[in-house]
Design a protein around this ligand. Structure first.
Ligand SMILES: *Cc1c(COP(=O)(O)O)cnc(C)c1O
Length: 422
């Protein structure tokens, strides 16, 4: 059996059938924005490994941080011990985060950071003697991860809630925000959310939402005013606000964090994905002093969470190096340049009769088709043009590494043009 045969026979991949797996390509090297396959083919990566590899692959500073830490120590338990990499990454996160955020919980993945955020919110209210406040309110088309509490806040249809009906917590869902980013806000847009909160605030612990960009639930860009109204409602009705910045954080939307588009500070904020520059898994749940104190007031007096690999030094040192690169602020110009080029190259595809809508925000480009995309076939065509994208549903989308050159980006948009013609 060769590698591809073994893989297809024995290894699970994300959202892939064990009976009829999609084709899989073996990577032997990755450098800058280029992936090299075992076949010798090379492709420009338009996905940044799902929002993560913002500085590109095989980055000298990130490599150096990993080498230095692996030769010092790779891991120690975080219970009762601390270390420089955890201090460095936490300092950098707090320096970047919106004003008012000042506590860091280091988690092992995005989904875990969402679990931690939800648990913080529930424990906060339980410790105020309000354990009846245990539900979440959110919007449709959201995505917050694959673990059970996170899943309960994902879009009920995309997230296949019917499959897990007996197990999943029931949450409150408002329609997805309708006012698109850049449009003037329509007052009607917030009314369903307002009504849900007015009717149910006594049992709602938190509002959870992806700020401005709904990612895996549909790649929708909505008005920051909607987010501002959510913040107002949370303040008015004693509800904590959780912003899930796992996809949007670290510059992707043109601001360091997407909640900056609305000028708000959430009570709890999740980050992940690009945190380590795509090197290894690490996420964090940040919160305000008020939340941290509230959670630890009364019994049990401690926050009830502590993963074995919490604060992994290897991941923290690479994350600190990645945040250090971001702190030089080159990302701003890089993301602006990608946005301008994507607008110019992708908007003309609006004329294609198979295309429903083209949208661009920051370093994110989305082509929404009228019909579902044949993933295997489209991917094979794109690879033949030297490009790696992974469409899903009716969406062909890209969020390339920030370091992508204008020539590399043109290669991606030209390949899309060719595939749309075929
Ligand atoms: C990817 C993602 C998650 C889940 O993160 P994992 O690291 O895959 O567990 C949660 N929320 C959002 C918005 C995401 O994009």
């Amino acid at each position: 059996m060769n590698n591809i045969e073994f893989d297809a026979r024995h290894i699970w991949h994300p959202y892939t059938s064990a009976i009829n797996p999609l084709p899989c390509y073996e990577v032997t090297h990755a450098e800058g924005c280029t992936l090299t396959f075992a076949s010798g083919e090379q492709v420009i990566d338009g996905m940044a490994s799902w929002w993560s590899a913002v500085h590109g692959y095989n980055h000298p500073e990130l490599n150096a941080a990993a080498h230095k830490q692996v030769d010092t120590f790779s891991h120690v338990m975080f219970g009762g011990l601390t270390h420089q990499p955890a201090i460095d990454v936490s300092k950098a996160l707090l320096a970047m985060a919106p004003a008012g955020i000042n506590r860091v919980f280091l988690a092992d993945s995005g989904s875990v950071s969402v679990e931690v955020a939800i648990k913080m919110a529930l424990q906060y209210w339980a410790c105020q003697g309000q354990s009846q406040k245990h539900k979440l309110v959110t919007v449709r088309n959201g995505y917050h991860g694959d673990t059970f509490a996170a899943m309960s806040a994902c879009d009920p249809i995309n997230g296949m809630h019917s499959l897990f009906e007996q197990t999943l917590a029931k949450q409150y869902f408002a329609p997805a925000p309708q006012t698109q980013f850049g449009q003037s806000f329509s007052e009607d847009d917030i009314l369903p959310m307002q009504e849900l909160i007015e009717n149910h605030h006594l049992d709602i612990a938190a509002l959870i939402i992806e700020p401005v960009v709904q990612g895996a639930g549909g790649m929708r860009f909505y008005s920051p005013e909607y987010l501002r109204r959510c913040r107002e409602l949370c303040d008015q009705y004693d509800i904590l606000m959780i912003c899930d910045e796992i996809a949007t954080g670290f510059g992707r939307t043109g601001k360091l964090f997407a909640c900056e588009h609305a000028g708000i500070t959430p009570d709890i904020m999740c980050v992940g994905k690009a945190l380590t520059g795509g090197y290894m898994t690490l996420a964090a749940t940040l919160c305000t002093e008020d939340v941290a104190l509230g959670v630890c007031q009364g019994l049990p007096g401690v926050f009830m969470h502590g993963p074995t690999y919490m604060g992994n030094p290897l991941a923290c040192s690479v994350a600190a190096a990645s945040l250090n690169i971001l702190a030089k602020n080159e990302w701003q110009q890089q993301v602006n340049a990608i946005e301008a080029q994507l607008k110019q190259a992708l908007f003309p595809f609006n004329k294609n009769e198979r295309v429903q809508n083209v949208r661009v925000l920051g370093a994110i480009g989305v082509i929404e088709m009228k019909h579902p995309i044949d993933v295997a076939r489209t991917q094979a065509r794109l690879i033949s043009h030297g490009v790696w994208l992974r469409p899903f549903g009716r969406l062909l989308y890209m969020m390339p590494p920030y370091i992508i050159t204008s020539e590399e980006l043109s290669k991606i948009t030209r390949a899309i043009g060719k595939v749309l013609e075929e």
